[in-house]
Design a protein around this ligand. Structure first.
Ligand SMILES: *[C@@H]1O[C@H](CO)[C@@H](O)[C@H](O)[C@H]1NC(C)=O
Ligand SMILES: *[C@@H]1O[C@H](CO)[C@@H](O)[C@H](O)[C@H]1NC(C)=O
Ligand SMILES: *[C@@H]1O[C@H](CO)[C@@H](O)[C@H](O)[C@H]1NC(C)=O
Length: 249
């Protein structure tokens, strides 16, 4: 028994890499007729706009989230995930007349939630124009999409290899850094397609979404979590094989 435990600990640190990829970004974007928006018009809208103050009606702003997984890998007790994160909120100061969404040019800065990934060891947000966008609908709903990579701790124990055949639940937490400009940013998962992992079924076995409130010294924070169940390469069969090999020696 002792030797099994020692082996399992060794196994848990085995560099394994299970990866799969989908061809492209979100497919559920509304079809938008590309018509360049007059920067003068948006400039007018932002004339007396203060981007340090949030679009709060009652001190709170609700940010709807959806996450489209593009790539997931597990190795050495961490999960690396690359996804498009889409955040939507409504800012009544940005209501305009028109029937199309417009792209907000980077020079026209508007208030945005100070979203970060509290449990991540590493975060990379793509700065490429093709992998980031900020759109504004006539009703004042802003949608920020960005391609993001995070590395989060995700422990697979020997007991879990045996109990779940190498499956492990990894969590990506999403929260606000300091409720900037409002009393509280409240995260909510979109009702439909909140977590999309189409094309990654070989490694992602299920996904679940939750939200909660976290109380810390500096205030109350809303947190959204994406729970991703992964199939690692460390299955019971692999474990048995190694144990048998070892006893042959
Ligand atoms: C604003 O418009 C967008 C799309 O144009 C729509 O998805 C959203 O539900 C609208 N929001 C409100 C608060 O009416
Ligand atoms: C992961 O979480 C889901 C939902 O909570 C649960 O049904 C499943 O059994 C968990 N998987 C593992 C490997 O613990
Ligand atoms: C997100 O959570 C809601 C409510 O708990 C559930 O109805 C929905 O199916 C979930 N979506 C995903 C992708 O897990």
């Amino acid at each position: 028994m002792k030797s099994i435990i020692v082996l399992c600990v060794g196994l848990a640190y085995w560099p394994t890499n299970y990866a799969a990829q989908t061809p492209g970004p979100e497919t559920d974007h509304p079809i938008i007729i590309e018509r360049p928006h007059s920067p003068v018009e948006l400039g007018d809208l932002l004339l007396e706009y203060n981007r340090y103050i949030g679009p709060s009606i009652d001190g709170q702003v609700t940010v709807a989230l959806s996450l489209h997984l593009l790539h997931v890998a597990w190795s050495n007790q961490v999960m690396t995930a690359t996804f498009f994160l889409r955040q939507s909120w409504t800012d009544s100061r940005l209501v305009f007349t028109g029937d199309h969404d417009v792209e907000v040019p980077t020079r026209d800065e508007i208030w945005e939630p100070d979203t970060f990934f509290p449990s991540a060891i590493e975060t990379k947000t793509s700065a490429a124009a093709t992998e980031r966008s900020l759109r504004l609908a006539p009703n004042g709903t802003a949608t920020r999409s960005a391609r993001i990579s995070v590395v989060v701790p995700c422990q697979l124990t020997a007991a879990a290899i045996i109990a779940h055949d190498g499956r492990v639940n990894c969590t990506i937490d999403i929260g606000s850094y300091g409720n900037s400009g409002v009393s509280q940013i409240k995260y909510q998962w979109r009702r439909d397609m909140s977590i999309n992992y189409g094309g990654l079924e070989r490694i992602v076995k299920s996904a679940a979404n939750t939200t909660s409130l976290v109380r810390v010294a500096t205030g109350e924070y809303s947190k959204a979590s994406a729970l991703i169940e992964l199939q690692t390469a460390l299955t019971r069969q692999v474990l048995d094989y190694i144990v048998l090999k070892k006893s042959d020696l």
